[in-house]
Design a protein around this ligand. Structure first.
Ligand SMILES: [Fe+2]
Length: 296
């Protein structure tokens, strides 16, 4: 079986690929390598459907081909799949009135496009979600391809932003979320000390492919080095508008058995809300580490 003969692009810019004919319960090294090649060629997003029969061990084995699974020590152990501490349950499932999965309700639009934890170093280089249960509507996940978006910029804009650096801050994100949800507490001293603001390039070079992409999780960026606040904000907002345009974005409507893997170094993602009072959603999530973006 050749994976490359069985995949189709998910956007007109070529960002994202859906792979056909893969059975993750019968993995071999060549399949993982080929899936990895498509993953990189497609700018860091693959979708594999109809895997409802696989076990957490299959998922773990597949994802290990992409990077080193990160632990979930910061989460309630009750949210982890028994025997698989690298696999976190995300959703709104409950037992005896207690959540058995990590529930984070998404805000209504505008979408909160982001790259996970860009405010820490090393950052997670990718994640995957595997769908077990999904509501009939809502609960989708949006993805935006930052390599294709960068390549689609006019040359004069590429030149203008070539050496710009931005300041990423967990506190900035938290304050932004607090505006929408005043019950969310401010970051305490310990978290502020653990996650001081860090500087990142606006144009990142991918360590595996060498391709450039926009590094633009706007909700994490508190300022642009060397620019006045308003000028920096206008620049980033304009770039985000371009980068989350139809050509570069894909909205995944989940079905049980879907697996989606994304590269956190060159894609944005965003959740959408669903009616959690009426419906259940359950995903397995694995996050993996690896080589960081160049220039950092
Ligand atoms: Fe995320």
């Amino acid at each position: 079986m050749t994976v490359k003969s069985g995949y189709s692009p998910l956007t007109r810019s070529g960002f994202g690929a859906e792979l056909d004919g893969l059975d993750l319960a019968r993995l071999d090294e060549a399949m993982v390598d080929e899936a990895m090649d498509v993953f990189h060629e497609a700018g860091g997003l693959i979708v594999i459907r109809d895997q409802g029969h696989i076990e957490p061990a299959d998922l773990l084995e597949f994802v290990t081909g992409f990077g080193t699974p990160e632990g979930n020590e910061k989460y309630d152990p009750g949210f982890l799949v028994p025997g698989y501490p690298d696999v976190l349950r995300i959703g709104n499932t409950k037992e005896n009135g207690r959540y058995t999965s990590l529930f984070i309700q998404a805000d209504p639009p505008p979408l909160l496009w982001h790259m996970d934890d860009s405010f820490r170093h090393p950052q997670p280089v990718g994640s995957c979600l595997f769908c077990l249960r999904t509501p009939p509507e809502g609960g989708e996940t949006g993805f935006a391809g930052m390599t294709a978006a960068y390549e689609g910029l006019p040359e004069d804009v590429k030149e203008r932003i070539a050496s710009i650096r931005t300041v990423h801050s967990y506190n900035h994100l938290n304050e932004l979320l607090r505006k929408k949800n005043p019950h969310r507490p401010p970051l305490g001293e310990a978290l502020l000390a653990q996650f001081p603001p860090i500087v990142r390039p606006l144009v990142a070079r991918h360590p595996e492919t060498g391709r450039k992409s926009l590094y633009l999780p706007l909700c994490h960026i508190e300022s642009v080095e060397g620019l006045e606040k308003a000028e920096g904000e206008a620049l980033l907002k304009g770039l985000q508008e371009h980068a989350t345009g139809a050509a570069y974005t894909y909205m995944h409507r989940w079905r049980p058995g879907d697996l989606v893997v994304w590269d956190n170094r060159c894609t944005l993602h965003a959740p959408t809300p669903f009616d959690d009072s009426r419906h259940e959603r359950l995903m397995y999530r694995l996050t993996f580490g690896g080589r960081q973006i160049a220039g950092f």
